[in-house]
Write a new protein. Structure first.
Length: 612
């Protein structure tokens, strides 16, 4: 049975989140103050809070190295122990512009220019400003700590005094390069990442989890297990699936197709490009253009590689006029899309430029929405559970201030989503105003083996595309009406979901997913014939089998199988040949001893059926 995250857990997390945002935001400012005091001439850029900490970007006249992090931390602790006040000040645009110019902080000027004209401009001081000191200094380094000060443009929030931070509850983690505003044509800055918590114990728990996360990093494991690669010669952000990774992808796709066919879906295949006018009709060209690759010209017409599958499914629907009796129509596609991501944003399989969405669209009548959403939730639970994910965080996002569609249709759709979630019995949080402009949605985050949450599944009601494309069906009274369109994805994308799977299992896939389920280890050439006959029998029984042909001694063969995380190994020696058995050991249960082929086959089938 699935267990979603409880409301009390969310309330606690929200409380902790609000407090941690203030702590982390202030830690970021304290770090920037420390860096500018230690590395004279450094200019600051932006320093936001992240999910687990903070970072700041610096334009420093010298390279800050990992060896420098310790002395930066020491200076931060000195600032914290001084218990300096954090002071918010509202400022006038032109006055602060003059002050920033005098300080020679060009990045602050760009940040100032991006603040909307109608917005209130604020800055936060660490320490009290000393008006007797030159304006060209952000802080006073030659007086006692209590009168040191530093400031940055910031909207907040912050804590009240630096001393509210436990000096043992933060740590600087690493240094990386980052282009200003993520634009490769702009200066490359030095980014220092840190993490901050309320207590030392929380910090230690996070660092332990982080160490475990690094051990599970899909980029490292993908290379070690030879699953995939990102070939820079072909351009960044494009995934090459190697044979073992492709084997797992095939298993996932095959499972996905069968599950959808059993749930009443029909499968589609659609093109990878289309006339640019299609994306103008859908609205993507107006609202999503910065995430689309440039169009290409074909016979004096502009063609666009697709960033979305939705318009193709709409055109398929419009190919013929449908009756209300045909609805609901459930169409699903593993459709590959391409989106422009800046190189600085690319991250293994998690953020790429070409990926395959497990897209589906449901076209239904208004009164069918709740049942269809419940069906999607049931299918989502079935699929995610089989892949080992049992705990979810569920959010229902409602109508934003700017939206399309009537009050009546919004209420109908939102009520249907609530009704489906209530019928499912899942705990969920309402994100008031968090829906898209074209409809309310449900987002599902899955919790992995070490407690991290990953956004995967989305269910989105859409009032926009049916209107833009003039979609219709013949109603019972003979009139033409708009169908309700539901977008839905369970994995999100195969690439990202595969990355999550790698990290969830630390590359140690369950038997049903493992690219090589069984490896046979012959101890000598004398047993080769029997080993090959066993391999053929297992392959004919539907298992993925390899024979170790390295010729290495048995200990080395076993060690190699362990490093490659092979679920089952069968040792073949003279005794096994004589008894027509295998000496079997599994990663899950250790040494099983001598087993005959029929017994092994039955055991493996039971494990696969149980999705273990």
């Amino acid at each position: 049975m699935v267990s979603s995250l409880t409301q009390s857990q969310r309330d606690l997390d929200q409380h902790n989140s609000e407090q941690l945002v203030r702590i982390r935001h202030t830690c970021a400012h304290i770090m920037a103050m420390a860096v500018q005091k230690l590395f004279l001439g450094t200019k600051v850029a932006t320093g936001p809070v992240t999910d687990n900490g903070f970072y700041y970007d610096f334009d420093c006249p010298i390279s800050i190295t990992p060896d420098d992090l310790g002395k930066i931390e020491a200076e931060m602790r000195r600032i914290i122990k001084a218990n300096l006040p954090i002071i918010r000040e509202e400022v006038q645009r032109e006055e602060i512009r003059t002050e920033i110019a005098q300080l020679n902080e060009p990045y602050k000027l760009e940040i100032l220019d991006r603040i909307p004209p109608e917005a209130t401009i604020t800055r936060y001081f660490i320490g009290s400003p000393d008006t007797s000191t030159p304006e060209s200094s952000l802080f006073v380094a030659d007086v006692k700590p209590a009168t040191n000060y530093w400031w940055d443009l910031c909207a907040g929030p912050h804590i009240n005094f630096t001393g509210e931070i436990d000096p043992n509850s933060f740590q600087l983690l690493n240094i990386a390069g980052a282009y200003w505003q993520g634009d490769e044509s702009k200066p490359q800055l030095q980014r220092i990442y840190g993490t901050a918590w309320k207590t030392k114990a929380e910090l230690e728990a996070y660092l332990k989890q982080r160490e475990e996360a690094l051990r599970r990093d899909h980029r490292k494991l993908g290379q070690e297990l030879n699953l995939f690669s990102i070939q820079e010669e072909a351009g960044g952000g494009l995934v090459f699936w190697h044979p073992k990774g492709a084997s797992i992808r095939y298993i996932i796709e095959d499972y996905w197709r069968k599950s959808h066919l059993e749930s009443g879906y029909q499968l589609l295949y659609t093109p990878h490009v289309a006339n640019l006018d299609l994306w103008k009709t859908s609205g993507h060209f107006d609202f999503y253009q910065e995430n689309m690759f440039d169009s290409m010209e074909v016979e004096n017409q502009a063609y666009q590689i697709k960033p979305m599958n939705c318009p193709f499914h709409v055109l398929t629907y419009k190919h013929q006029l449908h009756s209300y009796r045909e609805l609901p129509l459930r169409w699903a596609e593993l459709g590959t899309v391409y989106r422009y991501e800046r190189s600085g944003a690319l991250h293994g399989l998690m953020r790429v430029r070409g990926f395959t969405q497990d897209d589906a669209h449901i076209f239904c009548l208004p009164h069918q929405i709740a049942d269809e959403i419940l069906g999607v939730l049931n299918l989502t639970e079935h699929i995610l559970s089989d892949f080992g994910f049992k705990n979810y965080e569920v959010n229902l996002s409602t109508r934003p201030d700017k939206s399309v569609g009537t009050d009546e249709v919004w209420e109908l759709a939102t009520s249907a989503l609530r009704q489906a979630l209530d019928a499912k019995g899942w705990n969920y949080v309402v994100d008031e105003g968090g829906g898209a402009f074209y409809g309310p949605k449900i987002d599902i985050k899955i919790q992995d083996a070490i407690g991290r949450l990953w956004q995967c599944s989305t269910i989105q009601v859409d009032f926009n595309l049916p209107e833009r494309f003039d979609m219709e069906y013949i109603a019972a009274d003979g009139s033409r009406q708009r169908p309700i369109m539901i977008h839905r994805a369970i994995f999100g994308s195969l690439e990202r979901f595969f990355g999550i799977l790698i990290e969830n299992y630390a590359g140690d896939f369950p038997l049903w997913l493992a690219p090589v389920q069984i490896r046979l280890l012959p101890v000598s050439d004398d047993v080769r014939t029997y080993t090959e006959s066993v391999a053929i029998a297992l392959q004919e029984a539907g298992f993925r089998v390899e024979i170790d042909v390295s010729g290495e001694r048995l200990g080395k063969q076993i060690r190699t199988a362990e490093l490659e995380k092979i679920p089952v190994v069968g040792v073949v020696g003279k005794k096994e040949v004589e008894n027509q058995t295998l000496s079997v050991r599994t990663r899950a249960n250790g040494d099983l001893g001598a087993i005959d082929l029929n017994d092994l086959t039955n055991r493996l089938r039971e494990t696969i059926i149980a999705k273990k």
